[in-house]
Design a protein around this ligand. Structure first.
Ligand code: PFF
Length: 440
């Protein structure tokens, strides 16, 4: 069976950016930046994305294209029998992340409904906080929306690489940017917003701590979808003549820009309305409705905003599902349809305890964490870093000539390629291992 291919370079870049840009950039980045003191966090996040992030993204894309296979198969083909389990870990992490990602994706659908009904169009922080909490702790509603979100993701993946994933990304990612710009202008013109802007843009390097570095690195890899085989899988659908360096620079630039815009969109408004910037996961869901309540046509903007948040989440969850489906299809020789249905059913089931752990099952904890937090913690802070170290070692030491062959024009080794090898061989393993040890 011949392997699917992207229809164009633009389609590839937007699909990869669509995987990267999601709840990580728009939902996670503002509250993690806010809890870590704003400006300095932004700076460090940028630095990591453009150094180690770029090297690993290029490495993943090159591996996928060289092997022309899924995450597990690429490690097997290029590295031999000792390596496929690294790809397998990536596939497993995608499965685990997808299960709680889909729960949060479901929240965005519910908030489209709440915007249509008008119940969240108020600047009353208490009402907004209570609405959010009542919803996520409800035993039934979030599960229905989780199922809906997983169903939507399934529908796109069943559509296949070009028709499903590429087309969705090509139209909806640009719309997301335009809407964010409109919301930023509204947020920045609220009285009191300038304090938030300064908080976000003024780096105070006195606030740099070990924890901040850990958070910045974790978020950088999460938001760039690195270390789990997404870019390997997407790279395997790329034609030989597509330049990978330019493509990954685009993906990173778009992702970083979205994080920046999300910060500009959420944080000034947080200050203008006197919300607590370290409110955590509810920040975007609680703050943005207050901004809409202050806008002419606020209801329309609210609906649009949550629709686009849904789209951003969807283009990412599609990549999570695609990695698992692609591996299951190739490894177990299953047709796309059956593989996608099977994986989606598993994800739906795993999402149930994740969602309930925010409400009626909150007393059941492991290491002091509910199941939702445990999934997030174990994937972001343990499994992802392990996968990334192994990926860096694989690219930098085990198969460097293959990767170099994919990236360099024949004949010479440009400076950036030597820098990349250095990042993969030394910087990434040392940095990421440091974080892992710090976390444990
Ligand atoms: N990058 C996505 C986001 O920031 O929302 C999440 C994600 C997608 C993480 C795919 C990992 C992944 F493999």
């Amino acid at each position: 069976m011949s392997r699917s291919q992207w229809g164009s370079r633009l389609g590839f870049i937007l699909a990869a950016a669509g995987s990267a840009i999601g709840l990580g950039a728009i939902w996670k980045f503002p509250y993690v930046a806010a809890t870590n003191g704003g400006g300095a966090f932004l700076f460090i996040y940028l630095l990591i994305c453009l150094s180690v992030g770029l090297a690993l993204m290029l490495g993943e894309m090159a591996l996928g294209r060289a092997a022309n296979s899924n995450a597990v198969g690429s490690f097997r083909q290029l590295g031999g029998r000792a390596w496929p389990w690294v790809g397998f870990t990536g596939v497993l992490v995608c499965f685990l992340i997808y299960s709680f990602y889909s729960v949060v994706g479901g929240w965005t659908i519910a908030y489209i409904g709440k915007s249509l009904g008008g119940s969240i169009l108020t600047s009353d922080a208490k009402v907004l906080g209570d609405t959010f909490n009542d919803f996520i702790t409800d035993p039934v509603q979030p599960l229905i929306y989780h199922g809906l979100f997983a169903g939507l993701t399934l529908a796109v993946v069943l559509g296949g690489v070009q028709k499903g994933i590429e087309n969705l990304s090509k139209f909806l990612m640009p719309a997301l940017f335009v809407l964010m710009l409109v919301l930023i202008v509204r947020g920045l013109t609220l009285p009191g917003a300038m304090d938030g802007l300064l908080y976000f843009l003024t780096p105070d390097f006195g606030k740099v701590t070990g924890n901040m570095l850990v958070d910045a690195m974790g978020l950088a890899f999460f938001s760039l979808s690195l270390g789990m085989g997404v870019m390997i899988t997407y790279g395997s659908y790329v034609g030989r003549d597509t330049p990978l360096l330019g493509s990954s620079l685009w993906v990173i630039a778009l992702t970083v820009m979205t994080c920046f815009l999300a910060g500009l969109m959420v944080l000034p408004a947080v200050f203008a309305f006197g919300f607590d910037p370290s409110a955590g996961p509810g920040l975007t869901f609680i703050t943005m409705p207050a901004v809409f309540a202050q806008m002419a046509g606020g209801q329309l903007f609210a609906v649009l905003f949550f629709c686009l948040l849904l789209v951003a989440a969807l283009t990412s969850s599609v990549s999570l599902l695609e990695v698992v489906v692609s591996a299951v299809m190739d490894e177990f020789k299953l047709p796309r349809r059956r593989a996608a249905l099977l994986v989606s059913a598993g994800v739906f089931l795993l999402g149930i305890p994740a969602s309930l752990s925010l409400g009626i099952w909150s007393e059941y904890t492991v290491f002091g964490k509910g199941f939702f937090d445990l999934l997030d913690y174990v994937t972001s802070n343990v499994l992802m870093p392990v996968g990334e170290v192994l990926l860096a070692i694989f690219v930098g030491w085990r198969v460097w000539p293959v990767v170099q062959g994919q990236l360099a024009a024949a004949g010479h080794t440009p400076v950036w390629l030597r820098a990349m090898r250095g990042f993969c061989r030394y910087v990434a393993p040392v940095l990421i291992l440091g974080i892992l040890v710090h976390n444990l």
